[in-house]
Design a protein around this ligand. Structure first.
Ligand code: C2E
Ligand code: MG
Ligand code: MG
Ligand code: MG
Length: 285
């Protein structure tokens, strides 16, 4: 009886497992095809100086334009891209495309060049000669190294291999800046500030969300900003959605911010319109 029960259970689970497995296989072959056919696009979210509202930079955020599923956000395919190693060619494309695009915008913004931030996953740092890839992308784009920031998540730093630290120093030696993304969500954030050669702290959206209504979130946020100042790091607040959050952050001397309050991640042409608004008839007089 027990054996039969066990067998029934097995038969019950097997088809479901097969379906899940098949879905992963399909998605993986879809993703391989996407790499070959260049089904990716970048969105650009402005990074703003909080004291003046001036746009000083832009974060490049990937989207997959799937022929049947439409626009697929990164949370739905970056993990699979990391597992399969496809993040290596995808990440290289992101670096090349983002640096090329921002270098082009900068030629039209003489004297006020933007910086571009690109998200880097741990797998890219482990499995590629990332410093060479970065150097090559900068050269091809004609973008000065100090205009590029690589954003690293805390989880990347938690599980780092011995060679990771050396590779980060090699990237820094190019003149590229490093940012810790989603700062404050890891369990050992402060240790990374000692260990890794970072230039920028990105305060996680979860702190910014509650900065107006929750005294604890406000104290932590303002503490992170002061810590950044003491260490001579820039601070960028993520996920600013309301004027009240801006007031609190700017009042606490947070240098930079991004979020829907300023702009969502924009297509290349929408960002172009934001940077170079068409002249109204009045302006031409
Ligand atoms: P992230 O680097 O922390 O990027 C910020 C995310 O917050 C973006 O989501 C952005 O669209 C969203 N966001 C910005 N402002 C607001 C706001 O005011 N409210 C809300 N609710 N959300 C806001 P997105 O574009 O879906 O990207 C999610 C994550 O995917 C990124 O988090 C990053 O970790 C990863 N990612 C995106 N592009 C790439 C890439 O090219 N390579 C790699 N390895 N990861 C990427
Ligand atoms: Mg594009
Ligand atoms: Mg980021
Ligand atoms: Mg973030």
């Amino acid at each position: 009886q027990a054996k039969k029960h066990g067998k029934d259970k097995f038969e019950m689970f097997e088809p479901a497992m097969r379906v899940a497995f098949q879905a992963t296989i399909d998605m993986e072959s879809d993703l391989r095809r996407a790499v070959v056919r260049h089904e990716f696009e970048l969105r650009y979210q402005p990074i703003v100086r909080l004291s003046s509202g001036e746009i000083t930079g832009v974060e490049a955020l990937i989207r997959w334009l799937h022929p049947e599923r439409g626009i697929v956000p990164p949370v739905e395919f970056i993990p699979l891209a990391e597992e399969t190693g496809l993040i290596v060619p995808i990440g290289e494309w992101v670096l090349r495309e983002a640096t090329r695009q921002v270098a082009e915008w900068n030629t039209r913004r003489a004297g006020r060049p933007l910086t571009v931030s690109v998200n880097i996953s741990a797998v890219q740092l482990e499995h590629t000669v990332l410093p060479d890839v970065v150097r090559s992308a900068l050269d091809a784009a004609g973008l000065p190294a100090d205009r590029l920031t690589l954003e690293l998540t805390e989880s990347l730093l938690v599980d780092h291999r011995p060679e990771t630290l050396q590779r980060l120093h090699d990237i820094k030696a190019l003149g590229v800046r490093l940012a810790i993304d989603d700062f404050g969500t890891g369990y050992s954030s402060l240790a990374y500030l000692r260990q890794f050669p970072v230039d920028i702290i990105k305060i996680d959206k979860s702190f910014v969300d509650d900065v107006v209504d929750e005294p604890t979130a406000a104290a932590l946020t303002h503490g992170i900003i002061q810590l950044g100042r003491a260490l001579q790091l820039s601070t960028i607040a993520e996920g600013i959605e309301h004027a009240g959050q801006l007031t609190s952050l700017a009042g606490g001397n947070c240098e930079l911010g991004q979020g829907y309050y300023f702009a969502e991640p924009l297509t290349e042409s929408a960002f172009d319109d934001l940077l170079f608004p068409a002249h109204s008839p009045n302006e031409c007089e």
